[in-house]
Design a protein around this ligand. Structure first.
Ligand code: SAM
Ligand code: SF4
Length: 469
């Protein structure tokens, strides 16, 4: 049995050397951007070169390339989801988070089955099909251990409303043992997400003061255990603002390279949370390595070029203005209409205002408002869950994605799930705007994808639901 806790793939010296050695001139940057246009991804040295784009002209060239790669691979699709916070009970002391154990002013809640199902039903009524289950690391003591999580997953999938059900439940949970990951897979999760927060060991030690999360290596090895257990869609992330962002994205590249070398497939998604103000957290008010808006957009563009087939997730931590700019730069999935307090969807606005969430949100718009804007910008909001349900996960997904074949599935699935949303949930105005966007999308499709889309759209328009390919 491999001792994953050694994490010998993490090499801070290599990151430092690659960053230091990176050539910073216009010619080299252009050469890397040219390579990125081949859609085969970039290595660490290339990423280090792009980290050094500084002049407005260099940054603009980076953005133009990222927009082009994004459009070639993802077209106009943007996948939508909402986080479902089931518990804010937590035994850890992460200095950036309102759920930290020492925050005595936060009302603690671990939703029971009825509470989980109330929030799930409300999200279904809004039109969601994909959720991300989130919890603090406190369920072990308070709620019957890991079984609480398994029961919660079953409770979400059980809810069936006249308007539908949740078709894919991803999770963002503290690191687990291999056997627990097996149970998680059997429970039917989509992606297992875990953010390393920071790959910089000293910074990690300085911001995680107590609790299980203090163990850097236990966390850094978690995705190995997930993959060993057969969870082959895993999501990575960094909490930007803790340490230099260049170091973080190069370390992320090491992590991806390690999973590829060991399991034949890297991560399915990368999340890019930036620290937002959180109750009882001084650090969150003035993050030690704050990332500017321009650097944040550079991070998204660089990741888009470095791992073109890996989903990039942008949450409602960011403001509507920043989100608008980031869609075209590389983001493929966004949350909308989010609440970060357990029970926040079904308890109504006033309860939400008074109960402290995990951090302050930047985008408070409803799912429908976000959808209306996306459609008016020419994007196709997608609720697709086909790959996961057809077993196109891990390497199977990448084998279809890399030669560009997945588009023939994703494009029809996006317009079809969007049409379903427009009929079942949208107001008249949004439905008109959305159907116009679908017509435009069909006009731009190749013959095969258009034929498939039209066949599926006919079924949806005549009342059939959950059509996918
Ligand atoms: N408790 C588990 C853990 O820490 O891994 C699971 C989920 S935790 C609720 C989800 C993520 O929220 C953390 O991984 C962290 O990156 C992020 N987070 C915590 N505090 C934040 C803040 N102030 N601003 C933005 N994101 C934050
Ligand atoms: Fe707990 Fe996660 Fe918040 Fe840390 S980030 S205090 S582990 S909920």
């Amino acid at each position: 049995m491999i001792d994953y806790r050694t994490n010998d793939w993490l090499n801070a010296d290599e990151v430092g050397d690659v960053l230091h050695a990176a050539v910073r001139d216009d010619g080299k940057i252009r050469q890397v951007l040219q390579k990125a246009r081949e859609l085969k991804g970039l290595d660490m040295a290339d990423v280090a070169t792009l980290c050094h784009t500084t002049t407005p002209e260099q940054v603009e060239e980076l953005f133009v390339t990222a927009r082009s790669v994004k459009e070639q691979i993802y077209g106009h699709r943007i996948v939508l989801f909402a986080p479902l916070y089931i518990s804010n009970v937590c035994g850890n002391e992460c200095t950036y988070c309102a759920f930290r154990a020492s925050n005595k002013s936060l009302p603690r809640t671990a939703l029971d089955k009825a509470g989980i199902q109330r929030d799930t039903a409300e999200l279904i009524r809004q039109g969601h099909k994909r959720l991300l289950l989130v919890a603090g690391e406190g369920y072990s003591a308070a709620n019957g251990g890991f079984q609480y999580i398994l029961d919660a997953i079953a409770s979400v999938y059980e809810v069936t409303d006249t308007t539908g059900n949740i078709r894919r439940l991803n999770v963002n949970l503290a690191p687990l043992e291999v056997e627990e990951f097996r149970l998680l897979k059997d429970a039917g999760i989509g992606t297992y997400q875990l953010f390393q927060e920071t790959y910089h060991r000293d910074t990690y030690a300085a911001v995680h003061l107590s609790g299980k999360k203090r163990d850097y290596d236990w966390r850094a090895s978690a995705l190995d255990r997930a993959m060993q257990a057969g969870v082959d869609d895993v999501g990575m992330g960094v909490l930007f603002g803790l340490h230099d962002w260049r170091f973080e994205i190069l370390s992320l590249m090491q992590h991806i390279r390690h999973l590829e070398d060991t399991f034949g497939c890297g991560c399915h998604t990368i999340s890019v949370p930036r620290i937002e103000p959180a109750d009882h957290s001084e650090l969150s008010m003035a993050p030690p390595a704050q990332v500017s808006d321009t650097d944040f957009k550079k991070i998204i563009a660089i990741l888009r070029l470095a791992v073109p087939y890996t989903g990039l997730i942008l949450s409602t931590r960011e403001s509507a203005d920043i989100r608008r700019e980031c869609y075209a730069l590389g983001v493929s999935q966004i949350s909308a209409g989010s609440r970060t307090n357990p029970g926040g969807y079904s308890e109504g606005e006033s309860a939400h205002e008074h109960a402290a969430g995990q951090f302050q949100l930047g985008d408070h718009r409803s799912l429908e408002e976000v959808i209306q804007e996306l459609a008016s910008m020419g994007f196709i909001p997608s609720f697709c869950t086909a790959c996961y349900r057809l077993g196109r996960t891990g390497q199977d997904f990448m084998d279809l994605a890399k030669p560009g074949l997945i588009k023939l599935k994703c494009d029809p699935n996006a317009v079809t799930t969007f049409q379903e949303y427009l009929i079942d949930f949208a107001s008249h105005a949004v439905r008109c705007a959305g159907e116009k966007a679908i017509d435009c999308e069909l006009d731009g499709m190749g013959v095969k994808a258009r034929r498939t889309s039209e066949r599926m759209l006919t079924k949806i328009r005549s009342g059939k639901r959950d059509v996918f390919c």
